[in-house]
Design a protein around this ligand. Structure first.
Ligand code: FAD
Length: 517
């Protein structure tokens, strides 16, 4: 019997996600499948009865992706277990009071992980010498959702996004059919043709738009000759429910050194970043380069910041023994650092990671305390446009502050500077401030796109929309045009003919009516 909850307090747990930008409406139940077979049953029946299903992970998403805004049923993935035993090393651990099993091929450095395992638990479960390198800041998010959003993190600078580490997937399609795919099984020739486990054939048309060359998590993946696995990575759950991921692992570096450098001026911090890039292009392994603007440092509460007034800070992780760190020390000295926090023990490394994670976490706690809302960007731009984009971020923050002078921060800028990808967190205390934050966000989005960038480099677009001349459109439309969004709808419909799964992510529901006349 599939576990199902209908009590208001159970539904309330799934009413929104960490972003709070949309709320669930008219949800009848939350179901908790424990096996892939139960996922199949739920989807087959929903497909038959035309019941909308929205897949949920841990709810840490920042775009309303797991929120059922059109009613129907939520499918929680936290109780999903491994779909089939394998003749490999089985490792067990507990999460939410339940036992989970992952399978490891130590020789090939690979893992098979059920969708509902958090990245934190995965890290704890892996043998000490092995690492799953994508490193999203939020560790409670589930691996299935991470892959559904093509999540990335600080170490994407060195290791790339989740996509680079996915070897294969098991997915239940919206019709209830299972596919078990490995990279290289199916490649596109105009469209993607493949068969499911029962031999049913699919021919899926693909979007024809050109994606930005840099880091990107906006819209379905679309490249000539692309692989079927890549279609599902970053698809935000609109094409199927991921039940198990087959991951590539790597050796865990055993001498990671963390460094947080504080600067009096932003120009010095940017100089330090450039020197780190040069060191990374040379002999030094640089895993991450992360940025904090002065507002972020003012906002954060930590003893290293007490009584200080820094202009910016850079967090980096490098690999090396103490006598291999000359390029790091030279970069610090060349850029007039004001202070630094050096971590060469795993405990201190963890403390620094917590420092980095505490910023978005503190913002969200602050918002809850003040009943306020934030509007957060996720844009990335090509390298040559980054300095102008950074100035545009600061100008946007200054404009919000000037229009609404009050105590407290209005705009924090921080994140993955190594990938030319910063988050701007606009903090709005009332609806007028929020309206202006959204306006500034839209202007910055247009600017990022005009410069060849993306509206989402890691969070995905979910249900984020903007209103232009009274018409509500998805942000994707700014990037790929209306035709591009319709093409995504067409791809979805080839796998979800009755439009039951994750409706509203990437493509608003009304666009399907247009597609189908
Ligand atoms: C403080 C903070 C820091 C963050 N830092 C990062 C970061 O560094 N990098 C980053 O990429 N993101 C970051 N995020 C965003 C978020 O953690 C990621 O998007 C994460 O992948 C979401 O995981 P989740 O389990 O919470 O998914 P949810 O929010 O529950 O769902 C996210 C999306 O995935 C879909 N989905 C969930 N499970 C499945 C499945 N099994 N099959 C198909 N679709 C599915 C959902 O329908 C939804 O569209 C951060 C969020 C917070 C709050």
């Amino acid at each position: 019997m599939i576990r199902k909850e209908t009590a208001p307090e159970s539904l309330a747990d799934f009413a929104t996600d960490e972003s709070g930008i949309v709320q669930a409406v008219g949800v009848e139940a939350v179901c908790f499948p424990q096996s892939e077979q139960e996922v199949c049953e739920i989807l087959a029946e929903a497909n038959e009865t035309r019941t909308l299903i929205t897949t949920s992970g841990a709810g840490t998403g920042l775009n309303g992706g797991r929120v059922a805004i059109h009613g129907g049923m939520v499918m929680a993935t936290q109780e999903l277990r491994t779909p089939q035993p394998r003749e490999l090393l089985a490792l067990q651990a507990e999460q939410f009071g339940q036992q989970y099993v992952i399978y490891i091929d130590e020789k090939r450095q690979e893992a098979y992980v059920p969708a509902g395992v958090s990245t934190e638990l995965l890290d704890q479960m892996l043998p000490e010498e092995l690492l799953y390198p994508p490193d999203p800041t939020e560790k409670s998010g589930f691996i299935g959702a991470n892959i559904a959003c093509n999540a990335s993190g600080s170490r994407t600078f060195h290791y790339g996004a989740s996509r680079n580490w996915v070897l294969g997937l098991r997915v239940v399609l919206p019709t209830g059919d299972i596919i078990d795919i490995t990279h290289g099984d199916y490649t596109a020739d105009g469209e993607l043709r493949f068969a499911n486990q029962s031999g049913i054939q699919y021919a899926v048309p693909l979007p024809s738009y050109q994606m930005p060359a840099g880091k990107n998590a906006a819209g379905l993946y679309a490249r000539p000759g692309m692989d079927l696995v890549d279609l599902f990575v970053g698809s935000e759950g609109i094409l199927g429910v991921i039940t198990e991921v087959h991951l590539k692992l790597t050796e865990r570096p055993d001498n990671i050194v963390g460094e947080i450098a504080f600067f009096s001026s932003e120009a010095d911090a940017l100089g330090f970043v450039e020197d780190l890039r040069a060191a990374a292009a040379g002999a030094m392994t640089v895993l991450s380069i992360e940025y904090f603007d002065s507002n972020s440092l003012d906002f954060m509460e930590h003893e290293v910041l007490a009584g200080k007034d820094y202009g910016a800070a850079i967090y980096t992780e490098v690999v090396g023994t103490l006598d291999e760190l000359d390029p790091l020390i030279a970069a610090l000295e060349a850029n007039d650092y004001a202070a630094d926090w050096f971590a060469d023990s795993s405990e201190e490394e963890l403390e620094q990671k917590e420092f980095r994670h505490s910023l978005p976490d503190e913002v969200h706690a602050y918002l809850r305390r003040h009943n306020s809302q934030a509007w957060i960007t996720d844009f990335a731009v090509p390298a040559e446009k980054f300095p102008e984009m950074l100035q545009a971020y600061h100008a946007a923050g200054a404009a919000l502050r000037e229009k609404f002078p009050r105590e407290g921060e209005h705009c924090l800028v921080f994140g993955h500077i190594g990938n030319y990808h910063l988050h701007v967190e606009f903090i709005a205390h009332n609806s007028e401030e929020l309206a202006m934050a959204k306006q500034l966000y839209s202007e910055l989005a247009r600017q990022a796109i005009a410069w060849g960038g993306t509206v989402s480099a890691e969070h995905g677009v979910g249900k984020k929309t903007l209103t232009v001349d009274g018409r509500t459109m998805p942000y994707l439309e700014l990037m790929y045009g209306k035709q591009g969004v319709i093409e995504i709808a067409r791809t979805k419909q080839a796998l979800d003919p009755n439009l039951i799964l994750n409706v509203g992510n990437m493509v608003p529901r009304s666009y399907f009516k247009e597609l189908n006349g």
